[in-house]
Every structure is written in structure tokens, then in C-alpha cells.
Design a protein around this ligand. Structure first.
Ligand SMILES: *Cc1c(COP(=O)(O)O)cnc(C)c1O
Length: 378
């Protein structure tokens, strides 16, 4: 039985690409417990330390009591829209100064649902080569055509647009702001110029930046002052917010269109009200007070050579990367090796993601280990 699947799995094992789930013993806001050790967690998206945080959970539950339930029992368009959903959407559209906002059940739902709906037959998407799988899947589901441009290469993007734009009706440029594997930031100012010059719509996925960048925590577009130039900004709540879900903000026309045509929005039960309530509570009460800590986090990552809180440590070979992970593990740090095909061959790396409660002292030993390995000697 299942010979095809067994063969494929064997093939994965032969090439060291087989993946399995790990038995972590627990997590709290800053540490992860694994193989009997307490380790500083440098592999999570818990950038503001709000997830797995007993103090935060208690404060929230003490505030809201039994106001929110654990299931909405319906999709949004049926009976799955309680007041808190509209309140969160209004909060987001207000913060961004956009006409409307729409919640999705996850960033994956958002990206799959947005480009598949907006990019119709005869339309085109220009997408950064390193964009998240959910953006790629959304384009594959759309009836339009898509082209990928080399990562953050504005010259190549402009050439591509010059060549292809005229052959299509509506055009979209889709990119992330902070990229998850390299921690670098797309040249959004140039993209805004290109979008205007060639009459394209611009969609920016701020999954890693929402909560971290900008004075209000709205992302890189806020930091650069270009929110008004972006047609749709997507953000997620599963990372910095420590909750679950995602949103898109933009014009009323686009949001109305998504409500009517975005299948991942329409055909799925809305998130539990308690999650929506938690997300709203965090954005209203905690975003304003973590700004300083975010700035400290970003200044630490800057000393490690990264423009964001995600710091790639490029080692090169697979084995050296796994060995380095092991050394760090024995010194109290939890990191994961990132290998091909996730990243190009010869650029195996550790991806350190900082969180805002980390202080310089937490990283002392890590810096020494990396310096010994002649990595990140800054
Ligand atoms: C994590 C991520 C997503 C997916 O968000 P989920 O809420 O985890 O489904 C989408 N886009 C980018 C850029 C991401 O990093």
C-alpha cells in the first residue's frame, strides 16, 4: 500500500530533506524547553513576546472575563460576524487611514484569497522571487498570468514591467517588506515609483514587520511614509501579535470585491471571537508601549548586520550549519538550520530571529561562538 508515497519519503530521507515534528517540552515568552534544557528561543516569530506569555494571557482574561467565546460557528458572510470583528476591522482601517479592512483566518488564507480574486483573466502579477509560498499559491489559483523578478532587483523589475505591462489589463506588484529568510527589506520607495509610472496596483505583505516597524507598529510602509501609495497592505496576527489571523487594508472598492470574490474568506468559519478580541486588545493596549523595546531590538540586530530583527548567519555547507546549531544548543540557544531547497545551495544558514525582551547580555555567549567561527564578527 502507498508505494508511491513511501518511495517519495525515502527519496526525501536520502537527500536529508525529510521533515518531522519535534517534541518540545514547552515554551514561555522568551525560552523554549527541549531535551531537558532551557534555551533562549531564537527561532520563533514571537517578536514582541506576547505569545506563550502567562502574564499577558492573565491580564487579557482578567479584563475580558467570559465576554468572548471559543468558536464563531459560522463564516463571516453568514452569522460569523460578531461586533468584535467589525471593531477590529475599524481599528485597523483607522490606524492605517484607509477606507476599509478585512480579516482573514491566517496570512496563508489572505494571500491565497487576495491575488486569486483580484488578478483576473487578462491581468498580470509581478512578484518578488522570494515571496512567501502563500503568495505563490494565490497566483497559481488566479486566472491571470504571473512573472517573478529577481529578489529586490529594481532594474530587473522595471525591465520586466516595460516588456510585459502593455500586454495586460490590470497589473499588480506583490512583495513582502521584511523577508523571512534573509531579513532584508524590499526597496519599497522605488517600487512605489514604478507602480505609479506604469499604472500598477501595489500589494505589500508585512507579516514580519507588523508590530515591529513604524511608530505605531504598522510596518515598513508606515516607517517610510508610503501607506497612501499602497493599494493593499496585508499583515498577520500570528507573529508579533502572538494571536492568529491576518488582515488586508485598502480602498472600499477592493475590500468589497474581496468580501464578494475571495474564496478563502468566503468559505471558511471565522476565527474564534476570543482570538479576535485578543488581537484587538494587544493592538490597542500593547502596541503603543513596545515601541521603545522594538527600537532596542532593531539596534541590536543592526550590530549583527541585519536591517531587521531577522538575522541570517550564512555558514555555507549543510554539515557546518548543523554543527554550529549543536554548539549553540549546548550553550543555551535554540536555533534551526536552514538548508536547501529553502535557501540556495552553498548558503545554508542559521536564521536568528530576535524578540524584543532579549537584552545584550542574553547574546554575549552567542556572539563569542559566532566570532570563534569567524561569522558575524561585527
Ligand atoms: C508567516 C507568513 C505568512 C503566513 O501567515 P500565517 O498567519 O502564518 O498563515 C504569509 N506571508 C508571509 C510573508 C509570512 O511570513
Amino acid at each position: 500500500m502507498y508505494d508511491d508515497y513511501k518511495n517519495i519519503l525515502e527519496e526525501l530521507k536520502t537527500h536529508s530533506h525529510f521533515r518531522d515534528l519535534k517534541d518540545y517540552e514547552g515554551k514561555d515568552e522568551k525560552y523554549i524547553y527541549f531535551k531537558g534544557k532551557k534555551l533562549l528561543n531564537l527561532s520563533s516569530n514571537n517578536y514582541l513576546n506576547f505569545a506563550d506569555n502567562e502574564k499577558i494571557t492573565k491580564e487579557f482574561l482578567d479584563t475580558v472575563g467570559t465576554k468572548y467565546s471559543f468558536g464563531s460557528a459560522s463564516a463571516r458572510l453568514l452569522t460569523g460576524t460578531l461586533p468584535v470583528y467589525n471593531e477590529l476591522e475599524n481599528l485597523l482601517s483607522g490606524l492605517y487611514g484607509k477606507e476599509a479592512a478585512l480579516l482573514y483566518n491566517s496570512g496563508y488564507h489572505a494571500n491565497v484569497g487576495i491575488s486569486s480574486a483580484l488578478c483576473k483573466k487578462g491581468d498580470v502579477v509581478f512578484s518578488d522571487k522570494l515571496n512567501h509560498a502563500s503568495i505563490i499559491d494565490g497566483m497559481k489559483l488566479s486566472e491571470g498570468k504571473f512573472f517573478r523578478f529577481p529578489h529586490n532587483d529594481m532594474v530587473a523589475l522595471e525591465k520586466l514591467i516595460q516588456r510585459e505591462r502593455k500586454n495586460f489589463r490590470n497589473a499588480f506588484i506583490i512583495t513582502e517588506s521584511v523577508f523571512s529568510m534573509d531579513g532584508d527589506i524590499e526597496d519599497l520607495k522605488t517600487i512605489v515609483q514604478l507602480k505609479k509610472k506604469y499604472d500598477c496596483n501595489l500589494i505589500i505583505d508585512e507579516a514580519h514587520a507588523f508590530g515591529v516597524f513604524g511608530n505605531k507598529g504598522l510596518g515598513v510602509a508606515e516607517e517610510l511614509g508610503i501607506i497612501d501609495d499602497v493599494d493593499l497592505i496585508v499583515g498577520t496576527f500570528g507573529k508579533a501579535v502572538g494571536s492568529m489571523g491576518a488582515f488586508a487594508v485598502g480602498s472600499k472598492t477592493l475590500i468589497d470585491f474581496l468580501i464578494n470574490k475571495s474564496r478563502s474568506f468566503i468559505f471558511s468559519t471565522s476565527l474564534p471571537p476570543i482570538n479576535i478580541g485578543f488581537t484587538k486588545w494587544i493592538i490597542e493596549n500593547k502596541f503603543p508601549i513596545v515601541t521603545e523595546k522594538c527600537k532596542r531590538m532593531l539596534s541590536i540586530s543592526k550590530t549583527m548586520g541585519s536591517a531587521s530583527h531577522i538575522v541570517p548567519v550564512i555558514v555555507g555547507e549543510n554539515k557546518d550549519t548543523v554543527d554550529l546549531c549543536e554548539v549553540l544548543f549546548h550553550n543555551g540557544y535554540f536555533t534551526l538550520p536552514i538548508r536547501p531547497p529553502t535557501v540556495p545551495v552553498g548558503t545554508s544558514r542559521l536564521r536568528l530571529s530576535l524578540t524584543c525582551e532579549i537584552v545584550e547580555d542574553d547574546l554575549k555567549m552567542l556572539r563569542e561562538i559566532l566570532a570563534d567561527a569567524k561569522l558575524l564578527v561585527k
